[in-house]
Design a protein around this ligand. Structure first.
Ligand code: TRP
Length: 338
């Protein structure tokens, strides 16, 4: 029997979880748990790289932890980055195996620092923002992850992680780190219901995303008012983006029967938008009801669940400590207990 492959991914503790996040990323994480050794981190150290509010950060970390459990992430897989200080320690070591030039080419840094310049009155750009991909490499390599399920926007960071691993291996003369691979699972991209030409996202405003824990009435209302035909429909028998989005939602929810029946109507020119919308909102309402029930149960045992999350972080920490011990040995640092 072959050993299970290790999967790692992380998410920043910001705001709420919407169906775009769920179908586009988190659902895939949940599914991967069936046959992989999974690690999923809430990366609060990363969330400090841009201006932030300390109380809100702590609140967001716990909110996200409960949200992830409610949608199906296992407790044993979940950790909170700052509870495992070995990440930052390995991050420092990796700083010394990463070239300044490589970091300067990261487009996320360029984009975010430009954004900071525009939105922050002081134009403050932290060194942490620049160094962020090195900490990300530590997050990944400390568990010797084989696969990292992330979106295309993280390709450059993953490539940097591999470059660090390779330089480390060369530097210490041993193939110690496995080079992690990006796992680009084809996951459905959910568009904004208010403007189906753009991705569902929080940054565009309330109308543009549906929280997975939203009230039933709100979900129904939002799908009811979803844009279907826009002025600039593609024509030549092509489906308009708003209609496609509703089909994608139904398919992503797993109700192929409803999807196929409506698609047949569409092909025959007999599709009623109201039916399509009803089917899409029924799926989201059903999913959301399960998530809300799970979350309610978790929140009823809030203290106990928080303890379990701390416990799983401490168990996962053991793996991180083992790697760090070996890394220190390999790169000439002392490994003595004080
Ligand atoms: N950079 C990722 C993002 O912005 C978050 C992240 C931090 C991450 N560490 C990671 C993703 C390790 C995958 C693996 O979404």
């Amino acid at each position: 029997m072959s050993k299970k492959k290790t999967v790692l991914s992380c998410i920043q503790p910001t705001g709420q979880m919407h169906f775009g996040n769920y179908f586009g990323a988190v659902k895939n994480w949940v599914d991967l748990q069936a046959d992989h050794d999974c690690f999923y981190g809430i990366v609060d150290y990363h969330a400090m790289t841009m201006p932030y509010n300390p109380d809100k950060l702590r609140q967001n970390v716990w909110d996200l932890a409960f949200n992830l459990l409610a949608v199906g992430i296992n407790k044993e897989s979940l950790f909170i980055q700052s509870l495992i200080p070995e990440h930052t320690e390995l991050g420092w070591i990796f700083n010394c195996f990463c070239s300044y030039g490589h970091l300067s080419r990261m487009t996320q840094f360029k984009d975010k620092s430009k954004q900071s310049k525009e939105t922050d009155s002081e134009g403050f750009i932290s060194a942490g923002l620049f160094d962020y991909p090195v900490l990300q490499a530590a997050d990944i390599l400390i568990y010797r992850a084989d696969y990292v399920p992330v979106g295309k926007d993280q390709d450059q960071h993953l490539e940097l992680s591999r470059a660090i691993a390779q330089r480390f291996n060369n530097g210490v003369g041993k193939d110690y780190f496995v080079l992690p691979e990006t796992l680009h699972t084809i996951s459905p991209k959910i568009m904004s219901t208010a403007d189906p030409s753009r991705k569902m996202s929080k940054s565009a405003g309330e109308k543009h995303y549906i929280n997975v824990f939203a009230d039933e009435a709100r979900i129904i209302k939002q799908i009811k008012s979803a844009v279907t035909d826009t002025g600039d429909n593609p024509g030549d028998g092509k489906m308009s983006p708003g209609i496609e989005n509703l089909f994608v939602i139904i398919k992503a929810s797993g109700n192929m029967e409803a999807h196929d029946a409506l698609m047949t109507d569409y092909t025959n020119g007999a599709l009623k938008y109201v039916d399509l919308k009803e089917a899409a909102s029924a799926e989201l309402v059903k999913l959301s009801a399960t998530f809300k029930a799970n979350k309610e149960e978790l929140l009823a045992n809030k203290k106990e669940i928080k303890n379990q999350i701390k416990y799983s972080s401490s168990e996962i920490r053991k793996r991180a400590q083992e790697t760090l011990r070996e890394v220190k040995e390999l790169c000439g640092l002392l490994n003595v207990k004080l």
